[in-house]
Design a protein around this ligand. Structure first.
Ligand code: FAD
Length: 453
C-alpha cells in the first residue's frame, strides 16, 4: 500500500495544470511546491514580464500619439508603480491557482521534495511513498564563466523584475526571447539598451525573416544590437566583447545576463531513484516517461522547448498515460511568441528548416503596411509569412510580426493541428478590418493570387 496515488513536484504550469487535470480524472493528487504556486511563469516569468511591458509600452505610446491628434504632456514612467501593477496581477493570478487547486481537492504541501528511492520521497521531516510521480521542477537562469560576472551590477531576469531604478545604460548578454523582451521593457522605459548575441541573428530559433524584421524594428527604436559577438569580461562600467574579431567596450551601469535557463535537477535526489539525466535535463520518451516506471518528467526540467504551454501540455500527456490512456507528446504545432512591440509569433517549420529537410515548399508573404487595420493603428512594420508544401499546399509554418501576433498565431496553430491546406485558410471568412486578414492574403500570395497587393 502506497501513501499517494500521484505526487507532483513543482507548482508551475508543468505542475499545477496536470494536478487539476488528474484530479478531474478521478486521481488523488498531492502537489509539492517549495516556493510559490504558479512557478517561474506566474511569479518571475511570463506574467510579470508582460505586466511590466504593458506599463512601459503605454508610456512609449504617450510619446508617439501626436499623429493621432492626441498629446500627453509631461508623461512619466514610474518604475515603482509599474512594479506594484505587476505585483497586483501576479497576486490575483496566484490566488486563482490556489483556489483552483482547492476546488479540485488537490492536496498542496509546501516544502522541498527529494527522492529517497524509486517510490519514496522526503519532504521536510515527512517521508511518503507513491505510485506515480511527475517531476516538474522547472529551470533556473544560466550564467557565463567570464571574469567579472559576479559583480553587483550584473543581474538576472528575477532581479530585472524588481529594480529600484531604471538603468541608464543597460547591456543585455543574450538576444534570445528573454533578452529581447527585457530590451523592449527598458528601452520603452527610457534606458539606453545594448544587446550582445553570440549567434549571427537575435532570436536564433525563429524564421530568419522574423528575427531580421524584429532586429530592424528594435534598431529603429535605438536599441543597439551586436550579433556574432562574444562577451569576454564584465568590468565596473563597461562590458568587453569580441565583435568581428575585434575587442570592443560597451558602456553600462547594469548588465543583464539572459543566456538561457538550465534544468532544475540539483538536490532532487534523482540518483537515489535511479532516474537518468544529463546536463540538458531529465531524459524522457514521447510519453513523458523517465527510465523509472511510474515516474514522469515535464516542463523546463526536460530537454524540450522551455515554454509554459509546452510544460502544461507535457503534464497533461503524462496524466493521460498515468490514467492508462496511451498518449504521445507532439511538438509540430508549438507556438513561440516574443512580446515586443510589435510582437513576433511563430508556429511550425521555419523556411530554413524546410530547406534543410529538403522539403519542396512555397512561400506566401503579406506586409502589414497595406492592411487597413494596421493603417488605422499606425502600424508600418510587420508581415505574415506562410510556408506550405509545394505539391499538396499543406500549411507547414506560419510566422507573424504584428502588434498582436501572439493572438493572431492561434489560427495558425489550429491550421497546423488540423493539417489544413492553403485553400482551407482561403475559404475561411475573416472579419474586416483586422490584421488577421493578412493571413488570408499571405495564403493567397503563396498561390500567386493575393488581392490587396
Ligand atoms: P517552473 O514554472 O519553473 O516551476 C517549477 C516549480 O517547481 C517552481 O515553483 C519551483 O519552486 C518548484 N520546485 C523546484 N524544485 C522543487 C522541489 N525539489 N520540491 C518542490 N518544489 C520544487 N514561457 C512562455 O510560454 N511564455 C512567456 O511569455 C514566457 N516568458 C518568460 C519570461 C521570463 C523572464 C522567464 C524566466 C521565463 C519565461 N517563460 C515563458 C518560460 C516559462 O516561465 C517556463 O517555461 C515555465 O515556467 C516552465 O514551467 P515548469 O512548470 O516546468 O517550471
Amino acid at each position: 500500500m502506497v501513501d499517494k496515488e500521484l505526487v507532483i513536484i513543482g507548482g508551475g504550469p508543468g505542475g499545477y495544470v496536470p494536478a487539476i487535470k488528474a484530479a478531474q480524472m478521478g486521481i488523488n493528487v498531492t502537489l509539492i511546491e517549495k516556493d510559490e504556486l504558479g512557478g517561474t511563469c506566474l511569479n518571475r516569468g511570463c506574467i510579470p514580464t508582460k505586466a511590466l511591458l504593458k506599463a512601459a509600452l503605454l508610456y512609449e505610446e504617450t510619446k508617439t500619439m501626436s499623429s493621432f491628434g492626441v498629446t500627453v504632456e509631461g508623461s512619466k514612467f514610474h518604475l515603482a508603480e509599474a512594479i506594484k501593477w505587476k505585483e497586483r496581477v501576479v497576486k490575483r493570478l496566484s490566488g486563482g491557482v490556489r483556489a483552483l487547486l482547492n476546488k479540485n481537492n488537490v492536496e498542496v504541501i509546501k516544502g522541498k521534495a527529494v527522492f529517497k528511492g524509486s517510490n519514496t520521497l522526503i519532504v521536510g521531516e515527512k517521508e511518503m511513498t507513491f505510485k506515480n510521480a511527475i517531476i516538474a521542477s522547472g529551470s533556473v537562469a544560466a550564467t557565463l564563466p567570464i571574469p567579472g560576472i559576479q559583480a553587483e551590477h550584473v543581474i538576472y531576469s528575477d532581479d530585472a523584475l524588481n529594480l529600484s531604478k531604471i538603468p541608464e545604460r543597460l547591456v543585455i548578454i543574450g538576444g534570445g526571447v528573454i533578452g529581447v523582451e527585457f530590451a523592449s521593457i527598458f528601452n520603452a522605459a527610457g534606458s539606453q539598451v545594448t544587446i550582445i548575441e553570440m549567434m549571427p541573428e537575435i532570436l536564433p530559433v525563429m524564421d530568419k525573416d522574423l528575427s531580421k524584421g524584429l532586429k530592424t524594428v528594435l534598431k529603429k527604436k535605438k536599441i543597439d544590437i551586436f550579433t556574432n559577438s562574444r562577451v569576454t569580461e564584465v568590468k565596473k562600467d563597461v562590458v568587453v566583447m569580441e565583435h568581428n574579431g575585434e575587442k570592443q567596450e560597451i558602456k553600462c551601469d547594469t548588465v543583464l545576463v539572459a543566456v538561457g535557463r538550465k534544468p532544475n535537477i540539483e538536490d532532487l535526489g534523482l540518483e537515489n531513484a535511479g532516474i537518468e539525466f544529463d546536463k540538458k535535463g531529465i531524459k524522457v520518451n514521447e510519453y513523458m516517461e523517465t527510465n523509472v516506471a511510474g515516474i514522469y518528467a515535464v516542463g523546463d526540467v526536460v530537454p524540450t522547448p522551455q515554454l509554459a504551454h509546452v510544460a502544461s501540455e507535457e503534464g497533461i500527456v503524462a496524466v493521460y498515460n498515468i490514467a492508462g490512456e496511451r498518449r504521445k507528446m507532439k511538438y509540430n504545432a508549438v507556438p513561440y511568441c516574443v512580446y515586443t512591440n510589435p510582437e513576433a509569433a511563430s508556429v511550425g517549420m521555419t523556411e530554413e528548416e524546410a530547406r534543410e529537410k529538403g522539403i519542396s515548399y512555397k512561400i506566401g508573404m503579406f506586409p502589414l503596411m497595406v492592411n487597413g487595420k494596421a493603417m488605422v493603428e499606425g502600424v508600418r512594420d510587420g508581415f505574415v509569412k506562410i510556408i506550405a508544401g509545394k505539391e499538396y499546399e499543406e500549411v507547414l509554418g506560419v510566422h507573424i510580426m504584428a502588434p498582436h501576433a501572439s493572438e493572431m498565431i492561434h489560427q495558425a496553430c489550429t491550421a497546423l493541428t488540423l493539417e489544413a491546406t492553403l485553400d482551407e485558410l482561403i475559404e475561411t471568412i475573416y472579419p474586416h478590418p483586422t490584421m488577421g486578414e493578412a493571413i488570408l492574403e499571405a495564403a493567397l500570395s503563396a498561390k500567386g493570387k493575393a488581392i490587396h497587393i
